[in-house]
Design a protein around this ligand. Structure first.
Ligand code: ATP
Ligand code: MG
Length: 450
């Protein structure tokens, strides 16, 4: 038992270690990856402590299959890399070691200590340097102060994420009532919520993400501090916010996460303009909801998903608004869509980065929406072969699903895809009113067949 105040969590007076023996929990080594077991075993045989921690223990206790295995140890990152040839240190703000086994990466984290406590057992790596930095507002800019297992538990985000499994003794260690919260299906931040959100505002996003993913309720105090601390999210570096965006919307629970972000008024820190439009326009909300449901379904079916598509949907209400305005000002459709996309992306990357490999396909999806309006001429038939057609067509269906009026365009493209290349050319040679087009296009390129 150690003094909780000493590890910077004033909400609870004490941290009490609860050891759950082998016969009182359902974790079996069979469900832990060989890589993770190997890392823990080698660390232990080298005289270190090593535990499975975080999402893996939580998900195993809930009877699920963890998507990855994180390990906590008292070995410094340098000591870990010396033990594993296939490893490297990553991160600056928070240094961790990645140990690679084929395609699997095991994340090994050195126990974190409290950055202010000089005498609570924290130790520093021999390499020296500045290990912890905090901004004037309390934001932790660097968190590389190492500590003990108890301190590490107290520095984690949620009680259900702070359970440790010892694969040598088969025991689960719980310092922060994590098991109780797991049983009560409650997401609860460790320590004083306001202090923990101030240190790292991303924890607010993690609270709603795990509540959505696990279908847990949010503890009253954990929830109550969110409105007060939410504005701190604007201090998060753009690249980190993008990483968090990926976890929020591409982990298979995007639909539920969106509802929670809306409930806690947090979407506006990721997509301020979208958040504004979906409060005013039911169709904009329907589109974003449909995109989320669609993404979750694809993930559940093991189909590939790309951030470009979901971002294209999230920003479509904004792009449409700019587009309509530019058209009203006399801009012709293609340049109007181009500029609208550019503005929407520029406004977003000011606070959340979007790598070019995603922003480029997003713009193509938007610009393709105009090309899909064209139902005649061989160019229309050729669009089906375009590498961006599939995404643009799916996007069109999404817009229709959300109630956008397109003149049954989606069905037209669905039908066209079912035809042979020759039949397609025949169909696009017929105008919408059923009359054959003058043969000009065909005469100019008589040999083309697709
Ligand atoms: P999943 O991988 O299933 O999304 P996870 O709980 O493993 O969930 P990770 O993002 O992999 O989440 O983080 C691993 C662990 O690191 C967490 O369980 C938590 O204990 C700790 N952690 C992660 N981010 C933070 C944070 N911002 N503040 C405090 N602790 C954190
Ligand atoms: Mg994890």
């Amino acid at each position: 038992m150690i003094d909780f105040a000493a590890v910077g969590t004033p909400q609870q007076a004490l941290i009490r270690l609860n050891i759950i023996p082998r016969d009182q929990h359902c974790i079996s080594r069979k469900n832990i990856s060989d890589g993770a077991l190997k890392v823990m075993s080698r660390l232990r045989s080298s005289g270190h402590q090593a535990y499975l921690v975080g999402g893996a223990v939580r998900d195993l206790l809930l009877g699920g299959h963890p998507k990855d295995f994180d390990i906590a140890t008292d070995a410094t990152p340098e000591a870990v890399t010396e033990l594993f040839r296939n490893s490297r240190i990553i991160g600056r703000r928070f240094r961790i070691v990645h140990v690679r086994f084929g395609r699997e990466i095991i994340e090994v984290t050195t126990f974190r200590g409290h950055h202010d406590s000089g005498d609570s057992g924290s130790h520093q790596p021999e390499t020296g340097g500045n290990h912890s930095r905090q901004s004037a507002s309390g934001l932790l800019l660097r968190d590389n102060v190492y500590g003990t297992l108890e301190e590490d538990a107290a520095r984690r985000d949620l009680t259900v994420n702070a359970l440790y499994y010892d694969s040598g003794k088969f025991e689960v260690y719980d310092h922060v009532h994590g098991l109780q919260d797991l049983n009560e299906r409650s997401v609860c931040i460790i320590g004083d919520p306001e202090q923990r959100y101030t240190e790292d505002p991303v924890r607010m996003l993690r609270v709603v993400r795990f509540a959505a993913k696990l279908d847990f309720s949010i503890n009253a105090q954990t929830a109550a501090a969110i409105p007060r601390c939410a504005p701190l999210l604007s201090e998060i570096p753009a690249a980190r916010l993008f990483d968090e965006f990926l976890k929020l919307f591409l982990s298979g629970y995007a639909a539920a996460t969106l509802e929670k972000l809306l409930e806690y008024d947090l979407l506006c820190y990721l997509f301020p303009d979208t958040s504004h439009f979906i409060q005013e326009d039911e169709k904009a909300l329907a589109l974003v909801r449909a995109a989320m449901a669609n993404t979750d379904q694809r993930i559940a079916q093991d189909k590939p998903v790309t951030p470009a598509f979901i971002l294209a949907a999230l920003l479509w209400p904004v792009v449409s608004d700019h587009y309509n305005r530019l058209e009203e000002q006399g801009e012709s459709p293609i340049p109007a869509m181009h500029t609208a996309g550019q503005i929407a992306i520029q406004d977003t990357v000011n606070h959340m980065s979007i790598p070019r490999r995603f922003s480029q396909p997003m713009r193509e999806i938007w610009e393709f929406q105009l090309r899909l309006q064209r139902r005649t001429g061989r160019k229309a038939a050729e669009l089906i072969e375009h590498r961006r057609f599939r995404a643009a067509y799916d996007f069109l269906l999404l817009r229709e699903q959300a109630g956008e009026e397109t003149g049954d365009l989606g069905q037209w493209w669905t039908d066209l895809q079912e035809l042979s290349p020759e039949q397609r050319l025949e169909k696009v040679a017929t105008s919408r009113d059923g009359r054959k087009r003058s043969g000009r296009t065909r005469k100019r390129r008589p040999n083309a067949t697709t």
